[in-house]
Write a protein that binds this ligand. Structure first.
Ligand code: OFO
Length: 164
């Protein structure tokens, strides 16, 4: 059994993960509107992953017999200034999520809640991976600047990601 305080914090994280899915789906829609099909596919796959994260936490609360409380999901931003801007916004969001996961971990450590720490360990590792992936894309987009050829290449590269 986890504490009420810990369960509330995990519930709040479920909402953040659903918001992440919503945000990335919005980015996918924006990308499709720019004729960046690879970007659109990449963000759609990312949205799907975020739903998986939300459900992982959901299942954990369920297994713990804790109260599940689904809150309203905020509307995400719908427009972005450029392909670079959309990935800079992604990196900023992932940094925010990392901070949130670390705060949950701090709380679990403080409460000596070993089970929650183990669940969170997976997320700590996942965030390192996500930040590294997105940082690499941001750097690539900075490098190509306004060169249409470069953007075409990045779009093709992003298209290689399969929605899992
Ligand atoms: Fe849920 O990992 Fe990204 O935000």
């Amino acid at each position: 059994m986890i504490s009420k305080k810990m369960a509330e914090a995990v519930n709040a994280q479920i909402n953040k993960e659903f918001y992440s899915a919503y945000l990335y789906l919005s980015m996918s829609a924006w990308s499709a509107g720019q004729n960046l099909k690879g970007f659109a596919g990449w963000f759609a796959a990312q949205a799907k992953e975020e739903l998986g994260h939300a459900l992982k936490f959901y299942k954990y609360l369920e297994d713990q017999g804790a109260k599940i409380r689904l809150a309203a999901i905020d509307a995400p931003t719908a427009t972005f200034a450029s392909p670079l801007a959309v990935f800079e916004a992604t990196l900023k969001h992932e940094n925010f999520i990392t901070e949130s996961i670390h705060k949950l971990m701090d709380q679990a450590v403080e409460e000596k809640d070993h089970a929650t720490q183990i669940v969170l360990q997976w997320f700590v590792t996942e965030q390192v991976e996500e930040e590294a992936t997105v940082t690499a894309i941001v750097e690539k987009l900075k490098l190509i600047g306004d060169a249409p050829h470069g953007l075409f290449m990045v779009d093709r590269e992003l298209a290689a990601r399969q929605a899992g």
